[in-house]
Write a protein that binds this ligand. Structure first.
Ligand code: MG
Length: 390
């Protein structure tokens, strides 16, 4: 017997970003099963205004104060309007909210995601930096509050689907697939001179800027290893990365009897988003279908960590534990924004990160406040290193 799912009230943190926009597309196609309660943006007030007109939320948050003032003077919506981190914390934990879609970029997603979990909300998580920087704290908090974290990230979403009806103790390892990014076949020497536009041109997925650069360095995959560690409680040795340029197999689980389950699908983030929104149910959607007959070959091979050291550094940081992954995250975020501003070359990104990992003091058991502190310190140290380079 199928029971009718109840209507879920949503807060979408980061509704004007790539995942936020696609989440709203899923909502539109969901036959009224979702009620959009709160939307948030950093600065994109015009797109936010379009979203308000279409989805009629109860309220919005504009993180950037200047943009908040612009919004108030330019538009005249009769809705709750908040700004800043306090606003984000409020809409992430407001009483009527059933599910929080966490789709902010980078470390800015950590605190609002914690507010959601603290008030026992289930979280559809697209912001992997949350688990990279504060995975131990976040996973313990979710357990304590019996709040579910359903990953939107296509690889982890694939793993969740493969694990339906399975015991985690029967998992031998998981295999995360990686497209390899735009420089998969470039010579190591050529990485010094790549342009920002080349690094942003991901061959398979259309994504935001920061994650596109992380995909080009393979740091994104390194983050996903750390994310998987906290989501599925697996050792680093149980998490394998394989390059799979076709991006048809989104990830796989190998069980103790030698059986492997994989999840396949078109490269459309709306599919993992819809799975996360409807979990544990499945709904019918008219997203593109995968035509198996059009696929001639599927390739899998080992990643080259000499050419892409970020992946190796992520494994090392995870094994080191404590605040090492928070340092990794903060140094990466700083290096990537400097690359996007044209201040350092692509090849310097891993150099900045390894510098920070060496320089910032390691702490095996940091409190959450210490993680916030280490994030700030690491950004400063990495920025000083970059300023000296130039
Ligand atoms: Mg991914």
């Amino acid at each position: 017997m199928t029971s009718f799912p109840k209507i879920k009230n949503l807060t979408i943190l980061g509704s004007t970003g790539s995942i936020g926009v696609q989440t709203l597309q899923v909502v539109e196609k969901s036959d009224g099963l979702f009620n959009v309660l709160y939307l948030t943006t950093n600065k994109n007030i015009d797109l936010l205004a379009e979203q308000i007109a279409k989805f009629n939320p109860k309220g919005v948050v504009i993180t950037d104060y200047g943009s908040y003032l612009d919004f108030k003077s330019k538009y005249n919506f009769q809705i709750e309007t908040y700004y800043g981190e306090e606003g984000l914390a409020y809409v992430a934990s407001a009483e009527e909210v059933d599910l929080v879609v966490s789709a902010l970029v980078g470390f800015s997603g950590v605190v609002p995601t914690i507010s959601a979990l603290e008030s026992g909300k289930n979280v559809a998580l697209a912001n992997k930096e949350t688990l990279v920087a504060a995975g131990k704290y976040i996973s313990e908090l979710a357990k304590k509050k019996s709040a579910k974290i359903i990953a939107i990230d296509s690889e982890h979403n694939a793993i969740i689907q493969c694990l339906l009806g399975e015991e985690i103790t029967r998992v031998e390892k998981i295999i995360l697939t990686a497209s390899g990014g735009p420089f998969l076949n470039s010579s190591p020497g050529s990485l010094e001179s790549v342009k920002v536009s080349e690094a942003l041109a991901h061959p398979r997925w259309s994504m935001g800027k920061k994650i596109s650069i992380d995909s080009a360095t393979l740091m994104n995959k390194g983050f996903e290893v750390i994310e998987a560690h906290w989501l599925f409680d697996l050792n680093p040795e149980q998490i394998q990365v394989v390059i799979h340029p076709e991006s048809v197999v989104h990830s796989l689980v190998q069980f103790v009897d030698g059986s492997i389950k994989a999840q396949l699908g078109p490269q459309d983030m709306r599919i993992p988003i819809s799975f996360a929104l409807n979990y544990p149910n499945r709904l019918r959607y008219d997203f593109p279908r995968l035509d198996l007959l059009s696929i001639t070959t599927l390739n899998f091979y080992e990643p080259n960590t000499e050419k892409f050291p970020c992946l190796r550094m992520a494994y090392d940081a995870l094994k080191l534990g404590g605040n090492a992954t928070a340092i990794l995250n903060a140094a990466n975020e700083t290096a990537v924004s400097n690359f996007l501003e044209g201040k350092i070359s692509f090849a310097k990104i891993p150099k900045c990160i390894s510098y920070a990992l060496e320089k910032v003091e390691h702490n095996v058991n940091p409190s959450f406040d210490e993680i916030i502190e280490i994030d700030k310190i690491t950004r400063k140290i990495t920025q000083n290193f970059i300023d000296k380079l130039n």
